[in-house]
Write a protein that binds this ligand. Structure first.
Ligand code: BTN
Length: 221
């Protein structure tokens, strides 16, 4: 309902949490947050925004919002050959260009979901990230173009059935068939990523066992 723009803010996710049904965009963030309690580098030149998912979602289905958003970002960046690394990192040439942070607010059965998206467009990356992260600065593309394309793709994907979303997401997943290490809490799974199940959980063949991993961090070996 509300569109908010900031030159500087701690984290657009924080604002979107407070302002019901808003979309919040910032030029830079002073305390950008990533998954697993990490920091998200948010220098000027990148695209940083958060919005409230337009429907309330039971907490057990919140992973679908993350997958849907991953698909939308990957489609938005498809012409730059973007791929998805399970569960929701967006990679170009094997390096992370975008990340998604979904946060739940409120009741188990009907939660607000705050979706935060960070895309490295023309922002300078710290030296220590340069072997793992990349930007779009070698492509002739602006923050506005990417934001508009995201919005259009989002509107399109939002109307698709879950099975269709999963199918398209799976097509852009770069993880299937790879040798992976997945860290999920204190568990570590090493093996071949065989596929994803119908909720997007990763199926890893570890020796003779098949493990189903619902969330975590995935490394390619
Ligand atoms: C990740 O891959 O770890 C997720 C990164 C999410 C970053 C975005 S930038 C806009 C929004 N505000 C935040 O503080 N984080 C998200």
């Amino acid at each position: 309902e509300k569109f908010l723009y900031f030159e500087e803010v701690d984290s657009t996710n924080n604002v979107a949490k407070k302002e019901e049904r808003s979309c919040v965009l910032a030029k830079r963030q002073t305390a950008g947050r990533g998954r697993l309690g990490r920091k998200w580098e948010s220098e000027e030149g990148g695209l940083y925004f958060s919005f409230e998912f337009p429907r309330k979602v039971p907490a057990v289905k919140a992973h679908r919002v993350t997958i849907l958003t991953g698909l939308v970002v990957a489609k938005t960046l498809e012409k730059f050959n973007a791929k998805i690394k399970w569960p929701n990192d967006i990679l170009i040439d094997g390096k992370k260009v975008s990340g998604i942070l979904c946060e739940l607010v409120g009741e188990e059965l009907s939660s607000r979901v705050i979706v935060g998206v960070g895309i490295n467009v023309k922002n300078e990356l710290p030296e220590e990230l340069k072997d793992r992260a990349t930007t779009l600065k070698n492509y002739n593309v602006s923050i506005t173009e990417i934001f508009c394309s995201f919005a259009n793709n989002f509107a399109e994907v939002l109307n698709l059935e879950w099975s269709k979303i999963l199918e398209k997401w799976r097509q852009l997943l770069d993880t299937i068939g790879k040798e992976v290490e997945v860290r999920a809490g204190s568990e570590v799974y090493r093996g071949i990523a065989l596929d994803v199940d119908d909720e997007g959980a990763l199926i890893v063949k570890c020796g003779d066992e098949l493990e189903r991993v619902f969330s975590g961090e995935c490394f390619y070996m």
